[in-house]
Design a protein around this ligand. Sequence first.
Ligand SMILES: Cc1cc2nc3c(=O)[nH]c(=O)nc-3n(C[C@H](O)[C@H](O)[C@H](O)COP(=O)(O)OP(=O)(O)OC[C@H]3O[C@@H](n4cnc5c(N)ncnc54)[C@H](O)[C@@H]3O)c2cc1C
Length: 394
Amino acid sequence: LATAAQCDVAIVGGGAAGLMCAIDAGRRGRRVEILEHNREIGRKILISGGGRCNFTNLHCRPENFLSENRHFARSALARSTPRDFLAMVEQHGIRWHEKTAGQLFCDGSARAIVRMLEEECAAAGVRIRTGVRIAEVARGERFRIVLDGDALESRALVIAAGGLSIPKIGASDFGYRVARQFGLKVVEPRPALVPLVFGEEDGTRLADLAGVSCEAAVTAGGAVFHEKMLFTHRGLSGPAVLQASTYWRPGEAVEIDLVPGIDLAGELQRRKAAGDRAETRTALAERLPRRLADRWFELHGPSRPVRQMADREIERLAAGLHRWRFVPAGTEGFGKAEVTAGGVDTAELSSQTMESRRVPGLYFVGEVVDVTGQLGGFNFQWAWASGAAAGRAA
Ligand SMILES: Cc1cc2nc3c(=O)[nH]c(=O)nc-3n(C[C@H](O)[C@H](O)[C@H](O)COP(=O)(O)OP(=O)(O)OC[C@H]3O[C@@H](n4cnc5c(N)ncnc54)[C@H](O)[C@@H]3O)c2cc1C
């Protein structure tokens, strides 16, 4: 065997979680090497938040995450808070603003976040290698990582290789493969924060509504999200649907309240009692985008003046709009998913350190773990927090 370079902590993946882990381990005096297969680090950070990186959320709570073990994320999140990350952002003079509901974005380009992490890595003595190909990982006394042309040996190995979303910027199944190689269970990865796709029938009825957006309360898998929803050529998107997609399972229905927070039946009854001559669809267009209101009547029967509507018809109309059930044919897949749900089973890991219970020295951090944040900066907060947890221990 050729002699291999030595380090204390080898980290696979120079994304959000890997960089944060490196900073914490490096500050503790560990010799740290990051192995990144892209030519540059942090590509996902660069495209995040529409190029401005929604880097955290001030209202981050364990309830904002989905995992088979809903308590797993608690410890790491408690020890690395949004304020801690914000302190680093401010130290680097990066200007930021709160958009809505605690979502923090850069005023300028997301590149500032990558530059900050790179500078912190340099200050902590971390070596970053880009464009590397990992052929094999093995474990003897130490971990041995075989690269194209050379090898690296380390005492600890941190897998921060992310999930499967957006393969065209470097996502790979590396993390899951390493987990399985070492006998760790993986919760089947699935696209999340992803648009949902119409079945054939809904497609013919609704595809030309593409571009229509409205407030909606979207329920899937017991979770409900009241935000904007958007019709696309292929299905539904917008924050409410992206959020619900994380909780949706194939074959299940999604229930959508198209007029949330309104007593539509009561409203129409009052207008009827007042002798309203307006067409019901015109009345509805005060509550829904016109194109959607028109399509609803094309599909569910003719519109008549409000004052001629039977009570039963009003009830049926309101119930239909408050509880529109839609069975997606699927999602837009990993090519469009903002995140990957599922991943390395948390039962395999210490919630304090992210270290494998079976394989001492092997750590998993960030999106590769079965912890998935909701939309709004939570996935980065998980990456920072889990990365730091491992960085303090490895
Ligand atoms: C379009 C988009 C926008 C987003 N916007 C936001 C947002 O605004 N706020 C938010 O909180 N979250 C956002 N996310 C989610 C967030 O980017 C991820 O959850 C987060 O980056 C996960 O961090 P990570 O370090 O675990 O994985 P990643 O950031 O994906 O990093 C993994 C790294 O590992 C590398 N890698 C993979 N395989 C190998 C291998 N075999 N060898 C070497 N290196 C490898 C990859 O190239 C990558 O650099 C967004 C995601 C997308 C796709």
